[in-house]
Design a protein around this ligand. Sequence first.
Ligand code: CMX
Length: 463
Amino acid sequence: MLSSTRIALRQQLRANANRQFSASSAVSAQSLKERLAELIPKEIENVKEVRAKYGNKSFGDNTVDQMYGGMRGVKGLVWEGSVLDADEGIRFRGLSIPEAQKALPKAPGGSEPLPEGLFWLLVTGEVPTDEQVKGLSAEWAARAEIPDFVKELLDRCPNTLHPMSQFSLAVTALNHDSAFAKAYANGVNKKEYWQTTYEDSMDLIAKLPAIAARIFRNVYGDGKVPAIDPTKDYSANFSNMLGYSSEEFIELMRLYITIHSDHEGGNVSAHTGHLVGSALSDPFLSYSAALNGLAGPLHGLANQEVLRWIQKMQGVVGNNPTDEKVAEYVWSTLKGGQVVPGYGHAVLRKTDPRYTAQREFALRHLPEDPLFKLVAQIYKIVPNILLEAGKAKNPWPNVDAHSGVLLTYYGLNQQDFYTVLFGVSRALGVASQLIWDRALGMPLERPKSFSTEAIKQMFAGKA
Ligand code: CMX
């Protein structure tokens, strides 16, 4: 995209966000569903207008290289909650991470945004009031209980089954009580799809911490999960269920869930949730599919891989290693035909602002932590090596390069569990889009594919 077009787009997103903030203060007493019900008819008209005006405009041609190259840069998806700029990173409904940190409601005495507020923002494009956020905390707490058979299912999993596999299994099983699936079976009118998708999405988000905590306690503890406190926010309850109740850890969790929630539509987890949802699979089935994508080492599992890689490095280079020793280890990883986990990105071309937000948290709360210092040292060294190696298009760290060190500092060092935390967070983005997919009547997703032979025939003699 031309840089002037990009700047214009940013300005427009900011203007939208500002306009939307002032709109939200007038509706402070409304529930999220009531606000959505007001927004949906307007947005349907908006999309109709966009399609009428620009429906036949082109976003550019695709090349054969893009077909073999994981569709990088192919523009083929609509995603309402966030847009990713290669240089400046993610914007949630027009707000950068620092802007969202500033604008979104906080817990009393806290300084990190509440994920409840981020969800409201993703769904409506509006910054909610404290009261609206409190309403969401209470609603999620009220919906948090998981069915007994899901508890039993988890309790029967062997401890050796990866936490992400257990997570996906339990989320699939929630489909047993899907309001959308029941309504569909009863012949609901398609105009009403969004309502039960909304109910399922709220249930999904509300139940994920209870599922995640049960997995955590079963695999690493005594299997006992404390009850939800209906007066506490989502992150406080989640942290407490995991067994980490310090105010600082809860603040980390608020930041963590907020920044991991959404990263536009083309990443593996978001795109999978949207794709599976396009078949009218309910939000539980759609999100469990998304979780299976998140569990891949090139995507969400990278947070687990980063810590393993750093600990292996420590085993080789010892404590307080010189830059040369770290560089040698990085080269040995590359020469061994492996990736440096936590570095590189399919879209981003600068340091991920989600990395920066976590680094700033570390500078505030754990500046002297040896593992943080090593992560900071790695940050100085890896980009130059990746540039010298000459393959990676982006040598900078992504979100996963930093999360493990923060969790480890507070004692949560069970690395196999890290991607589950990512999975709790990513539901906010996927669910908010699923609601809009149904509200806007998005159709079954079905792009065209070709065989290598068909490609050869198509272009034979035209090179
Ligand atoms: N270490 C070593 N090599 C890397 C690299 C890294 N961190 N990042 C990219 N490369 C290599 C690629 O493997 C590729 O090599 P081949 O040509 O041999 O296949 C080459 O550089 C070009 O890749 P690219 O176009 O820069 O990157 P992609 O868009 O193909 O892949 C990503 C993006 C994230 C999969 C890749 O950078 C990577 O594997 N990073 C490490 C894993 C990681 O941190 N994943 C988490 C991403 C964030 C998230 O989703 O959670």
